[in-house]
Ligand binder design. Structure first.
Ligand SMILES: Nc1ncnc2c1ncn2[C@@H]1O[C@H](COP(=O)(O)OP(=O)(O)OP(=O)(O)O)[C@@H](O)[C@H]1O
Length: 381
């Protein structure tokens, strides 16, 4: 079991609120990624969970027991350090045996446990090797195995892939995700890399300035970002964001900005300032003049091609639209000359709207089309 409940957990350092009232539940078997930019409080939060740092306020529960002030060694949580934390002069088998030896476990029990764990993590064939004779991914597995021998309720990891090169990172990421599935254990993993979060997490806690910006599955964060910050943080190339105004026009709810017209649905709405978001993969390029300037539904943006970038599999087309620069992804077969006048279109269902003042997502349901848009409720105040 490894069900963890954080309740209004906070930690300050003098006047810096490193973690500010975070509440969330981690279910047994979840792969939780704590994600956010540098300084947002990820490591501070992980260290409080590990028992290496005391919270200023709030509580922490593990499988129903309050562990807020429990010392680290009593928490049944294993911190998995980066690969260099393995003892270089000891074989893999001795590295695994070490935590059990210092606990005074009888030798034959140690041997049995090491063999059992080595089989679970598929490193049985590596037991006689020294860490320097292993690949990065294998070292990572040994580090997890060494934590596993103690039968922890959850594994905690702080940027474990940060010192690996790009290729090894990808391979090790896949290994970790597979290992998590095989073990079915709870993983809590810190990273600022949204690709790691998207590919490995079952749940992502996106942090900003010590607060929880959004908590959900990778698909939820990508498909329905709760704020302008979440929209800009998830996805590469990033979501296009531009200031616009929600208004009613000719019996329809529309979004207006210079060089932009977007029709959402028939009806009327109170006017408000919004931020419009469109992911690059949802923009389709047309030669200006080849499509109607005003769409019946969806968005149309008039602009000029500024730069094209060949990514190998596809290309990025950067366009100037009024004062904004928008990016669209498109197949490489399409030829777009720099300076060409274009219309970028996107269906209404692919448009994200955020309240300009609060930065929060505006939600609507198809069946309430025509009613005023309301602010997304899932975001903590
Ligand atoms: N021991 C400390 N003393 C004072 N301030 C601290 C201490 N530890 C962290 N902080 C501050 O708390 C905030 C959160 O730091 P933390 O290390 O948790 O962020 P992070 O999201 O893990 O960043 P990074 O990705 O750069 O590691 C930062 O403003 C940091 O400067």
């Amino acid at each position: 079991m490894g069900r963890l409940v954080l309740n209004q957990l906070s930690r300050s350092f003098k006047d810096v609120k490193a973690v500010d009232g975070i509440s969330l539940e981690v279910q047994d078997g979840d792969f939780l990624v704590l994600l956010g930019p540098s300084g947002c409080g990820k490591t501070t939060l992980l260290r409080m969970i590990a028992g290496l740092l005391e919270p200023t306020s709030g509580t922490l529960e593990l499988d129903g027991a309050d562990i807020t002030t429990a010392p680290s060694r009593r928490r049944d949580l294993a911190m998995v350090f980066q690969s260099y934390a393995l003892y270089p002069h000891l074989s893999v088998a001795k590295n695994l045996a070490f935590p059990l030896t210092i606990r005074g476990m009888p030798r034959k029990d140690i041997a049995a446990r090491v063999a059992q764990v080595a089989e679970m993590v598929e490193i049985g064939h590596l037991l006689d090797r020294k860490p320097k004779e292993l690949s990065g991914g294998q070292r990572q597995r040994v580090a997890v195995a060494r934590a596993l021998v103690r039968e922890p309720k959850a594994f905690l990891m702080d940027e474990p892939l940060s010192n690996l090169d790009a290729k090894l990172r990808t391979a090790t990421r896949q290994e970790l995700a597979a290992l998590h599935r095989r073990l079915g254990a709870t993983f809590i993993y810190v990273t600022h890399d949204q690709v790691e979060a998207m590919t490995m997490a079952t749940r992502i806690a996106l942090l900003k300035d010590g607060r929880l910006e959004q908590y959900g599955t990778p698909a939820e964060l990508y498909d329905a970002p709760a704020s302008v910050f979440a929209a800009g943080f998830m996805g590469s190339p990033a979501m296009n964001l531009m200031d616009a105004r929600l208004a009613s026009s000719n019996g329809s709810v529309t979004v207006m900005a210079p060089q932009l017209e977007a029709v959402l649905w028939p009806g009327a709405t109170p006017e408000r300032d919004v931020v419009l978001g469109i992911r690059p993969e949802h923009l389709v390029l047309h030669a200006a003049g080849s499509v109607a300037a005003a769409p019946t539904t969806g968005a149309a943006l008039r602009g000029t091609v500024e730069l094209t970038e060949n990514l190998g599999r596809e290309q990025l087309i950067h366009c100037r639209v009024g004062e904004h620069r928008l990016t669209a992804t498109c197949p490489r077969e399409q030829r777009w000359e720099e300076g060409a006048a274009v219309v970028l279109s996107a269906p209404a269902s692919r448009l994200h709207l955020f309240d300009r003042e609060s930065g929060r997502r505006l939600e609507w349901l198809e069946e309430t089309a025509g009613l005023p848009l309301s602010t997304h409720q899932n975001l903590p105040a």
